[in-house]
Design a protein around this ligand. Structure first.
Ligand code: 2BA
Length: 108
């Protein structure tokens, strides 16, 4: 079995969960925060059989869009060594997916 962890944007998570459940998969949403943008995102975890991994990845792909976000990064410079906030565009998502081997899956 595999544990799929998908980090997705909050805007996409509701459709993603609907699609996973409709296709018969179990999933858990955990609220998370990106280390770079420090904005909320969602982490969806799902334990599946090996042969189901590509199906789940396909569902994630179909439901998660790539978006451009503005990140405010500190920039240093000038004669007075002042610093200012420099907006930088970063492309986020569709989804960042990790697939891990799962040793055991229990429901007790
Ligand atoms: P954040 O860390 O907030 O990153 C948001 C986006 O900012 C990233 O989109 C990427 O385009 C950019 N970015 C991140 N770190 C950067 C850096 N050091 N320098 C320049 N640009 C940077 P995605 O790659 O699509 O990642 C979306 C979210 O997925 C991330 O939000 C983070 O929460 C998670 N993530 C991505 N890669 C990860 C990894 N290797 N391990 C754990 N979480 C990861």
């Amino acid at each position: 079995m595999k544990l799929i962890t998908a980090i997705v944007q909050d805007e996409d998570v509701s459709h993603l969960l609907d699609s996973l459940v409709k296709a018969g998969f179990r999933a858990t949403k955990v609220s998370s925060t990106g280390g770079f943008l420090r904005r909320g995102n969602s982490t969806v975890i799902s334990g599946v059989e090996d042969h189901q991994v590509d199906t789940v990845i396909g569902i994630v792909k179909a439901n998660c869009q790539t978006r451009t976000e503005l990140a405010s990064l500190p920039a240093f410079g000038g004669p007075m060594e002042y610093h200012m906030i420099q907006p930088v565009e970063v492309e986020v998502g569709g989804a960042v997916i990790f697939v891990l081997d799962m040793e055991r899956h229990l429901r007790v």
